[in-house]
Design a protein around this ligand. Structure first.
Ligand code: M6P
Ligand code: ZN
Length: 192
């Protein structure tokens, strides 16, 4: 922000890659080993280095986990596959089930996988500039189907919370896998 006389209260975003800087920026890295049981090919999973980084997340901790707060973050998913299944986020419902979220793609190529509580799944294509509104009570996961990192930004209510247990238990009813030179979706078995 050199040359600017305006101070940004929440931090600074680099629109090239979505990365945040500032005093309240938090981050987490998800490795393959932390995603046991999420990819369907367990022998391919076991043959890979558990320290492989699958994705990185940053978010602004507004310390406002009340009904009126908002959080802002970004996620970058590395390109790669476990067997025929592309690298992806763990995925979650919101703990407060009526809370919604925006995802917006900065770069890369992906699929946003959405799933209702009843287990009906569908996808939206993600590419630079695509904007996605995730309704309440809808599980969401992002899959990187390209050869480059996939980066998206997100904005969600600070009291939404993450329900990962439902995903660990039941998974998504749809998987995005590599087909003949392109990505395809296929129905997953009823459990995981
Ligand atoms: C987005 C937001 C975050 C989420 C992250 C990674 O940035 O939805 O809340 O943590 O993606 O997704 P997951 O939590 O499913 O690993
Ligand atoms: Zn969410």
């Amino acid at each position: 922000m050199s040359g600017s006389t305006t101070k940004s209260s929440a931090g600074v975003i680099d629109w090239k890659n979505g990365l945040l800087s500032g005093p309240n920026v938090r981050h987490k890295t998800k490795t393959l080993g932390e995603m046991e049981g999420i990819f369907h090919d367990s022998s391919a999973f076991a043959s890979m280095d558990p320290n492989t980084v699958i994705y990185r997340v940053q978010w602004i901790d507004t310390a406002a986990a009340d009904e009126s707060g908002l959080l802002w973050g970004n996620t970058t998913i590395e390109p790669g596959r476990v067997g025929d299944e592309f690298f992806m986020t763990y995925g979650h419902f919101h703990a407060k089930s009526d809370r919604c979220e925006f995802y917006a793609t900065i770069s890369g190529s992906g699929r946003l996988v959405l799933m209702s509580r009843e287990g009906h799944s569908w996808t939206e294509d993600m590419c630079a500039g695509s904007l996605h509104y995730i309704h309440g009570d809808t599980a969401h996961r992002v899959v990187n189907v390209g050869d480059d990192p996939l980066t998206f930004v997100a904005c969600w209510p600070s009291d939404a919370g993450h329900d990962y247990e439902s995903i660990a238990k039941h998974g998504f009813s749809l998987r995005v896998v590599a087909g003949q030179g392109k990505s395809v979706t296929k129905e997953a078995p009823s459990s995981k």
